[in-house]
Write a protein that binds this ligand. Sequence first.
Ligand code: AMP
Length: 220
Amino acid sequence: MRKYVIMGVQGSGKGTQSQLLARDLDLVHISVGDIFRWNVQNHTKMGAQVRRVMAEGNLVGDEMAESVVQDRLTQHDWNYGFIIDGFPRNRRQALFFLESYDIDGVIHLDLPDSEVRRRVLGRRLCANCGMDYNSLAGSPHEAGQCDACGGPLTTREDDNEQALTVRLKDYHEKTNPVLDLFRRKEYVITVDARPDPITIQQDIRRQLGLPPVVEEPEEK
Ligand code: AMP
């Protein structure tokens, strides 16, 4: 069983890299942001409580974030382990997490802020399956339509200049110290998040001592 945390600034590719790793290692990918977005889209009570906070780019309260993580992990559907993305976001959440779970590694995706703006403001997501597109790279074959499922592409409510400024500030002030805390425990591997997704994934696997991705041969 393997338990990983993935951390990195907005747009550093946490979702994409988590999915690539989860797919081959049979890990459950837990994205706390996705759980909140699901609640907003489905108009749950929790969704109503977090919608505004999220749209403004602020962090949801610690108690709520912690209970979402706890509830998700008590489902125990992660026989081979999990990779958690978007948590912990501050020191309190990190201590809460370390109290309950031992972790095998923290993957830190390193991306400069200048690149973050470019990526996040150009990001489009499939409203149906969540596939991530970027208007700068990886554009869909049909404009506005997901290659995988044909769903419509949308923009995240918090992917705008104003909310991004708040999110980046929180990341540097609150989330970066968590990395220092994990570093002291020697959990952290740092990966350059600028290359293409497969190169990044290979670097992650090399540093974690895992077998490399085997790319499928292209169809003729
Ligand atoms: P993300 O998809 O990780 O960028 O998260 C989207 C939004 O969900 C964040 O901007 C927060 O409003 C909320 N959120 C996600 N994870 C957490 C967390 N660990 N603590 C507090 N708020 C969170």
